[in-house]
Design a protein around this ligand. Sequence first.
Ligand SMILES: Cc1cc2nc3c(=O)[nH]c(=O)nc-3n(C[C@H](O)[C@H](O)[C@H](O)COP(=O)(O)OP(=O)(O)OC[C@H]3O[C@@H](n4cnc5c(N)ncnc54)[C@H](O)[C@@H]3O)c2cc1C
Length: 389
Amino acid sequence: MDFELTEDQDTIRRAVAELAASFDEEYWLEKDSAHEFPWEFYKAFADAGWLGVCVPEEYGGSGLGILEASLILEEVSASGAGMNGASCMHMSIFGMHPVIVHGSEELKAATLPRVVNGDLHVCFGVTEPDAGLDTTRIKTFAKRNGDGGYVVNGRKVWISKALESEKILLLTRTTKLEDCQKKTDGITLFLTDLDRAHVDIRPIPKMGREAVDSNELFIDGLEVPESDRVGEEGKGFKYLLDGLNPERVLIAVEALGLGRAAIRRAVQYGKDRVVFGRPIGMNQGLQFPLADAQMKLDAATLMVRKAAWLYDRGLPCGREANSAKYLCAEAGFEAADRAVQMHGGMGYAREYHVERYFRESRLLRIAPISQEMVLNYVGEHVLGLPRSY
Ligand SMILES: Cc1cc2nc3c(=O)[nH]c(=O)nc-3n(C[C@H](O)[C@H](O)[C@H](O)COP(=O)(O)OP(=O)(O)OC[C@H]3O[C@@H](n4cnc5c(N)ncnc54)[C@H](O)[C@@H]3O)c2cc1C
């Protein structure tokens, strides 16, 4: 048990680890190779009630904190499910946060219980080809249609799980950037139907996490009723900011989990594989880098637990959440890389799983926030240096 976890939190962690273990690494290898969404896994987690961890009890969830959510996603990832397992449920576990905090009663009642029971899949549409990390530059536009509703046109890119999703949490501009006093104004969030008659969804061939699709979206004349708007018009960017720190915590633990899975495999292989008459794990050239990777994972774990602990108490946690995301992504990637090295040629073979972890852990240094943007944050907000961009 982590020294800082309560007994209830540790119980959650163990129960999730047990459920996740019923889907072994062969299952994930198969899903990843076939590019198939892990429906059985998703249903098992919905049936066990884990998807509703952050949803208030009145909507069928358990109303727990980000620390509990982070334990779930870490154990899922560490089971060997990696990013395939974590990404398939990430949006259900935390993605509805803006709706929970800012959505109308009607919108919450219509959607949250269905997310909790696993029936409603939602994807998150923020990134655009011409905006990148500079989200205020998005161009997808929601124009008033005269009936109180909106009509949306634009493009999104990298939208995960769009193929499976009935709805999209969609970030749009409702006022052009040049007409806004502040660049963060004029952005509006909707939770609306991903109507295939008006949204063309094209999967992007990619490096890893192949069981969960990511897509380009071409949105052409999508009608959105006013009741699908999350909170006030023009405040969408602010709503997004509310969720950034907890989002970083959750991404961080997914990286940690991958690192744990990779080290577990590497240790086993290091004991089993005999070359030059001795187990390869006896060689300091392999053992020390792995020990080093383990210590970095342990240190990163402390940072992410602290960030979650602060967030759940309503305390400032930007420094800790950003640092946790950075440190866990680096530690997870390093662990996966060293696990590949421990396996030699077999590290490159699918059947030993570490190449999958290697590919997946690479993603966490890029998305949803890049390591460079974390360094920008720390440089500016922690060190007090001039903003570098
Ligand atoms: C598998 C996958 C799944 C994804 N799922 C989703 C999803 O479901 N929904 C969604 O909305 N998005 C999703 N994304 C998008 C993801 O959030 C973005 O890729 C990420 O935010 C980086 O943005 P970008 O790709 O536009 O990079 P860019 O903004 O083009 O940046 C490119 C590089 O330049 C660096 N850079 C840019 N500006 C600066 C600066 N000022 N200082 C230093 N470095 C800088 C960045 O760090 C990065 O390394 C996903 C991406 C991937 C790969």
